[in-house]
Design a protein around this ligand. Structure first.
Ligand code: NAP
Length: 228
């Protein structure tokens, strides 16, 4: 059986791909590009979740896991956020995830699969300029708990809520040494996250080792959401 990683080609998703391959799993990656993972032994499915998320329907008989990685960091003062910003963030973070989950639901049921979705530290810890992304990611947390309840005991569903992690998505926030140091300093553990830090938990949650965990939201955030 395979684990499908939507957005497994870059950033946290790529680290999940590498981590799961290293533990001997069969990995399928669906994303727009595959340049960064073309050397890895994975099957790549070309997919833009904004264009055609239903493309995954009927493609798999059984799935052991689904990790959905596409997301956004759209930081603006609330008064400058347009309805379109909220709609765009909701589409990539929530609606496209829903479309993908529905498309592979029979395969997840057949494989008694585990779903991992991504939130952000900015849902539990209020942060200025995060209104749009936090609204969407808050919806992800509610969605995940609902799915976990509705599909137990067959399908598990959990959420990881990272703080700032060094990926292409966060590149503009970490574009020079000064920004990197200031961002590391904001965290109680005095560092920003690396994709591997987040992928390790995702791999656990989609694996047999995570078999008794469902409906949870886990902060992988350098202590940001809980420590002072
Ligand atoms: N990085 C952070 O600081 C941070 C903090 C909090 C939460 N998060 C959340 O963690 C998750 C992963 O973040 P990340 O930083 O690893 O993101 P990333 O660097 O942007 O990587 C996203 C992955 O999704 C794919 N993707 C993006 N748009 C897509 C589309 N329309 N259709 C298909 N695939 C698409 C990308 O591949 P292609 O370009 O090849 O399609 C890539 O593999 C996101 O949900 C993000 O909101 C990240």
């Amino acid at each position: 059986m395979s684990i499908l990683i939507i957005g497994g080609s870059k950033g946290i998703g790529k680290a999940c791909t590498e981590e799961l391959l290293a533990s001997g799993k069969e990995v399928l990656v669906a994303s727009r590009t595959n340049d960064e993972i073309s050397h890895l032994p994975v099957e790549h499915i070309e997919l833009d979740v904004l264009e055609n998320p239903g493309a995954l329907e009927g493609m798999f008989d059984e799935l052991e896991g689904l990790i959905y990685c596409p997301g956004s960091i759209n930081l603006k003062p609330f008064h400058r956020l347009k309805t379109q910003d909220f709609q765009d963030d909701f589409q990539i973070n929530v609606l496209s995830a829903i479309n993908c989950i529905q498309a592979v639901l029979p395969a997840l049921k057949a494989g008694k699969g585990s779903i991992v979705l991504f939130s952000t530290v900015a849902v539990q810890q209020g942060m200025a300029f995060h209104a749009s992304v936090a609204a969407s990611k808050g919806a992800i947390e509610g969605l995940a708990r609902s799915l976990a309840a509705e599909y137990a005991p067959d399908i598990r569903c959990n959420v990881i809520a990272p703080s700032l992690t060094d990926t292409p998505l966060a590149a503009s926030l970490l574009s020079n040494e000064k920004k990197q140091e200031a961002n590391a300093e904001r965290h109680p553990l005095k560092s920003i996250g690396q994709p591997e830090d987040v992928a390790a938990l995702a791999a656990h949650l989609v694996s047999e080792t995570g078999r008794w965990i469902s409906g949870q939201v886990f902060g992988v955030d350098g202590g940001m959401s809980r420590l002072r």
